[in-house]
Design a protein around this ligand. Structure first.
Ligand code: SF4
Ligand code: SF4
Length: 93
């Protein structure tokens, strides 16, 4: 199982969310991400999150590059607090 700072990666809710209604299917995010997180749905002609836990924790490059702001991530401050709590409860390496 993949771990991040001693926490199972699948317990870390950091991955993109794509708003289909804003996605134009330009493919910019698919070009930039080399981690296999995103895929393209031919029927809807939109990008989709296919492997969320392949996302690099705290990376948000695709969201910054999306021309229509269709990609979002958790609030950074709330996420930092979540990780702090998680580490404090003993789930350490
Ligand atoms: S960069 Fe944005 S608009 Fe383009 S395919 Fe990705 S999510 Fe859709
Ligand atoms: S945040 Fe980074 S690793 Fe995650 S999907 Fe976007 S480009 Fe890929």
């Amino acid at each position: 199982m993949d771990m991040w700072r001693g926490i199972p990666r699948e317990e870390i809710p950091w991955f993109p969310t794509i708003d289909d209604s804003k996605c134009t299917g330009c493919g910019e995010c698919l070009s930039i991400c080399k981690n296999g997180v995103l895929g393209f749905d031919e029927s809807s002609r939109t990008a989709q999150v296919t492997n969320p836990y392949n996302c690099v924790v705290e990376c948000s490059t695709c969201a910054r590059l999306c021309p229509t702001e269709a990609i979002s991530f958790p609030d950074q401050a709330a996420f930092s607090e979540f990780i702090k709590q998680k580490l404090a409860t003993g789930e350490k390496p």
